[in-house]
Design a protein around this ligand. Structure first.
Ligand SMILES: Cc1cc2nc3c(=O)[nH]c(=O)nc-3n(C[C@H](O)[C@H](O)[C@H](O)COP(=O)(O)OP(=O)(O)OC[C@H]3O[C@@H](n4cnc5c(N)ncnc54)[C@H](O)[C@@H]3O)c2cc1C
Length: 653
């Protein structure tokens, strides 16, 4: 056996804390190691050339690279090893950066640890076997979950590339939160004017199937081959007969708070969510419909000219196959009512920023007339409070909502456009306007539209003489402030959409403590989830504005197209395998397998044993760790290989 060890300096990332020359010297003393060299940047072209030449000239048959985490460059080095004529699985990477130099300061101890890591990698690689990948077919359809601007954009891009897309949206219409907005920063476009054409295009695209009022029930399978159960919730409307005339919505005697207008007005139990809804078809709210509740009423059925009302309709479940999934489930605003300082929701004129969008919108509950909720008078003073439930460690939300600085400036301009004499005060912490033309936008609000910025938080709101009094501190002037306002807009923070964590479990993707889905690598794989074949786009990953959302959606779409553009995919050979002679048929492995990759196999004598479907297995190792008789092993991480690592660690002096 001839092992070559290559230690990367990674600039000063490793070399500043680890004595790389000493580590190479140590590596050369290990059995079977015939060459050990240090390289400035192993991943660079000159660095890769050094490794390639060593493999060829010294006839190496095993390679150990001490560098950064395999998460960053494992693929790069595997490709290099394969291009040099070796089996790519005869490579082991010792993580000398994230697991050593970056987490230690003392050179002597870090160098000892680096030697240990290299020793373990050498011990493991000596036992490694050449592995070969298999092939699996790829389904060329894509599922997009969430029909906000992110989901719509991703669906359109994938469909434009010539692939079929199913867009599943849980509410009755696509459009997401952008559909609620009046005008959008930084360009001040009318939101509906730029969103509606996309909604209509998605609905009419021959390769896109919209499944609104639907949710994901379960997901199984793996990259290229996902099986998804979709629940089509009963609208109680026969969508084939409905023409969207809206007659049914006119006479409903029930009045419920409109979800789309965020409770600012009421709609019937049968309603079309908003004028530009796609599809333009009503839905009956089963929890409030009198006919559904007690069999009385039935007015909408009598009025409907096409007989489309169907009170007996039930949810339908259907199963579909996809090669890739894009998750674009967006965000919701943080519930501000528990925060005592803003009045717990007891003042009708203290509203959220999304409600303010609806108040400003011509299609909103007041037809675009800006007025107080309590008594309908035009507000003389509007106060906007930024960072409500954001950037606040005490409330457990230290992160920035990323859009409230910008939309607060937008509101100053929009308010002025609606009521030129109304004064706008913005209570803020810092102004974060980092996008293209964003700083200029904020300046315009300040200089041209006279937005009055007060740096500081509001500590209390109370009512006096029919007006709202805001108490706080101006931290620039260092003095307390008291402001009388008629309408207070809370820029409530952004959190993941309801049910995001449950969805993550169904999809087997990771999320952070706030429920935002986490990317596979924040810098290098920003739209790939932790599960191959599942991509994330838009505000479901983190709060973000529309330009970034659209860019991320297009990026996810291009990744999808690159994936489903292949008819077959190489499967990783690092999968579990069962030693049938040891298997006792307890099937604990089957219970724990997150991908249902373990099947039952009946031997000739009738005994049942476990068998791994190598095309489905992703090599997570859960079955391996669960198997009591030790019948399952994971290729590339066999007991023999792992024990050799442990033994080497115990042997290091
Ligand atoms: C008050 C306010 C004002 C803003 N103003 C601007 C602005 O002027 N300019 C700007 O650039 N940005 C603005 N933004 C940011 C903008 O709203 C977001 O960038 C954008 O809406 C993100 O789009 P999205 O598709 O990722 O998410 P969303 O718009 O939230 O859409 C997500 C969609 O997924 C659906 N969904 C959720 N869960 C599921 C599920 N489990 N199954 C199926 N469907 C599901 C939802 O129903 C929704 O339709 C503002 C944000 C706020 C809060």
């Amino acid at each position: 056996m001839k092992i070559g060890v290559f230690i990367c300096h990674c600039g000063n990332n490793i070399a500043a804390t680890v004595d790389v020359e000493k580590v190479a010297e140590y590596a050369l003393s290990l059995p079977e190691v015939v060459c050990a060299v240090t390289i400035e940047h192993a991943c660079s072209e000159p660095g890769q050339n050094i490794i390639r030449q060593a493999i060829e000239q010294k006839g190496l048959d095993r390679v150990v690279i001490g560098a950064c985490s395999p998460r960053i460059h494992e693929t790069t080095f595997r490709k290099l090893v394969a291009a040099s004529g070796l089996n790519q699985y005869l490579l082991e990477i010792a993580n000398l950066r994230e697991q050593c130099s970056w987490v230690h300061e003392d050179i002597i101890s870090a160098t000892i640890k680096a030697k240990e890591l290299i020793g373990m990698a050498v011990a493991k690689v000596t036992r490694q076997q050449a592995l070969t990948s298999g092939k699996v077919g790829v389904n060329q359809r894509t599922l997009v979950i969430g029909g906000g601007i992110a989901g719509i954009q991703a669906a359109l891009d994938i469909a434009e590339a010539g692939y079929e897309v199913v867009l599943v949206e849980r509410s009755p219409s696509i459009g997401g939160n952008m559909a609620r907005m009046d005008k959008v920063f930084p360009t001040f476009d009318c939101s509906a004017c730029i969103l509606s054409p996309k909604m209509v295009e998605a609905a009419g695209h021959p390769l896109i199937t919209l499944q609104t009022y639907s949710e994901i029930e379960s997901v199984s399978g793996f990259i290229g081959n996902f099986t998804v159960n979709i629940r089509q919730k009963a609208r109680l409307i026969d969508t084939k007969k409905c023409t969207g005339c809206g007659a049914c919505t006119l006479k409903c005697p029930v009045k419920i708070p409109s979800e789309f207008n965020l409770g600012l007005d009421k709609c019937g139990a049968v309603y079309i969510p908003f004028p530009q809804a796609v599809p333009h078809i009503p839905v009956i709210d089963k929890e409030h419909c009198r006919y559904v509740l007690n069999g009385k009423c039935g007015l909408c059925q009598k009025i409907c000219p096409t007989g489309a009302i169907d009170y007996e309709q039930e949810d339908e479940l259907h199963e579909e196959e996809f090669g890739a999934i894009v998750v674009a489930t967006g965000y919701k605003q943080v519930d501000w009512k528990p925060y005592t300082e803003y009045g717990h929701g007891k003042y009708p004129d203290v509203i959220t920023s999304l409600q303010y969008e609806r108040l400003l919108s011509a299609s909103g509950p007041t037809g675009g007339r800006l007025k107080c909720i309590s008594d309908g008078r035009e507000p003389e003073v509007v106060a906007i409070i930024a960072c409500v439930g954001s950037r606040d460690e005490l409330l457990g939300r230290p992160y920035c909502s990323s859009v409230c600085c910008m939309y607060s400036a937008k509101y100053a301009i929009l308010t002025h456009e609606h009521l030129p004499d109304t004064k706008v005060y913005i209570f803020y912490m810092d102004i974060r306007a980092t996008g293209k033309m964003y700083e200029e936008f904020v300046r315009r609000a300040q200089e041209k539209y006279d937005a009055r910025y007060v740096r500081g938080r509001v500590s209390k709101i109370y009512k006096k003489g029919g007006r709202l009094i805001l108490q706080g501190v101006d931290t620039i002037l260092g003095q307390s402030v008291e402001l009388e306002a008629d309408l207070v807009v809370l820029a409530a923070g952004i959190t993941s959409s309801s049910g995001a964590i449950k969805l993550a479990k169904k999809l087997n993707i990771t999320h952070d403590q706030y429920g935002f889905f986490t990317e596979s690598h924040p810098k290098l794989r920003p739209v790939e989830s932790s599960t191959p074949g599942i991509f994330i786009a838009g505000a479901c990953q983190a709060p973000k504005d529309i330009p970034l959302t659209v860019a991320q959606a297009s990026s996810a779409a291009s990744k999808v197209v690159a994936l489903i553009g292949h008819e077959e995919l190489e499967t990783s050979p690092m999968v579990a395998e069962v030693n049938m002679r040891r298997c006792v048929g307890c099937f604990r492995c089957q219970e724990v397998c997150p991908l249902s990759a373990i099947q039952e196999e009946t031997l000739r004598d009738g005994t049942k044993v476990a068998k791994v479907n190598a095309a489905v297995c992703q090599g997570c190792g859960v079955c391996n760790a669960t198997c009591l008789p030790g019948a399952i092993s994971l290729k590339g991480f066999t007991d023999d290989e792992l024990l050799a690592e442990v033994k080497s660690l115990c042997d290091v002096k």
